[in-house]
Write a protein that binds this ligand. Structure first.
Ligand SMILES: O=C(O)[C@@H](CO)OP(=O)(O)O
Length: 273
């Protein structure tokens, strides 16, 4: 089997951007405000990450971005275990020269069979300040439902000693514009795995939402969203219901061609066994 053709995404005039909120975390399950507290996925969150990977198994990827928090890194690495290209996702360590040196790969062929995963604290969840660790239901009983709703979903309101969505947007969207958008402009296919509010702020930029519109934006755990980047614009193509269902997940012709190649190669591999 010709490994290179099988693994290399199509080079076309459009790039693919997939964004996914991490799977359910242990504090999501306990209904606690999490923010930047670094908690892992639950078993359900692990299953959600693997299911997301199945849906994305024939999507082209050249580079993956996660936050610095383990729930987003777990989701990305688990999802990528399902990918048809069988590239090895490798978390890049370049926080300092020594880390770069210690994590060097000295084989070009091995490098070509790997998928870089970049972690960025700028993509971390909004910092929830004094609410971190508090139960959401109890907090609403103490401070009132409306106040808690405003802390959770409005654009400019800050939770006590925490970040407003606006403050989170400034770091997350700046990082997206400076680091991720240039990859898309260069024709690279990208997946971003992050958090409810850091992704709400990025979607506000992608969909050009107003502060009023973003209030109603909710992201489920582990459900991928597809954007096509073409001629400097982001076109939302829906959320994939599954690899086989073309309707909801409006594949472009290039994506359908890549999927067809993957499926054909998979059939070939199965025959060779
Ligand atoms: O607690 C949090 O960090 C966030 C995401 O889980 O909660 P909410 O969706 O209420 O902003």
């Amino acid at each position: 089997m010709n490994q290179t053709s099988y693994h290399e995404p199509l080079s076309t005039n459009e790039s693919t951007l997939i964004i996914v909120r991490h799977g359910e975390s242990m504090w999501n399950e306990k209904n606690l405000f999490t923010g930047c507290v670094d908690v892992p996925l639950t078993r359900k969150g692990v299953d959600e990450a693997i299911q997301a990977g199945k849906i994305l198994s024939t999507m082209p990827f050249d580079i993956v971005y996660t936050s610095a928090l383990v729930r987003s890194k777990m989701t990305a690495m688990l999802a990528l275990t399902q990918h048809c290209c069988q590239k090895v996702p490798i978390i890049i360590h370049n926080e300092k020269e020594e880390a770069r040196f210690f994590s060097q790969i000295y084989s070009e062929d091995t490098k070509n069979q790997s998928l870089p995963v970049v972690t960025a604290w700028q993509l971390n969840e909004r910092m929830y300040g004094d609410l971190q660790g508090l139960n959401k239901q109890e907090t609403a009983e103490i401070f009132g439902k409306e106040q808690v709703y405003n802390w959770r979903r409005s654009y400019a309101v800050r939770p006590p000693n925490g970040e407003s969505l606006e403050m989170c947007l400034k770091r997350a969207v700046t990082y997206f514009k400076d680091n991720i958008e240039p990859q898309l402009m260069a024709g690279k296919h990208v997946m971003v795995v992050a958090h409810a509010n850091s992704l709400r702020s990025i979607i506000m930029y992608l969909d050009n939402l107003t502060p009023q519109e973003v209030i109603n934006l909710e992201l489920s755990t582990g459900v991928p969203m597809l954007y096509i980047y073409k001629d400097g614009k982001f076109i939302r193509r829906g959320s994939p219901a599954g690899p086989k269902e073309a309707s909801v997940y409006a594949y472009t012709s290039n994506l359908a061609l890549y999927k067809q190649k993957c499926d054909e190669m998979l059939q070939e591999t199965l025959k060779e066994r």
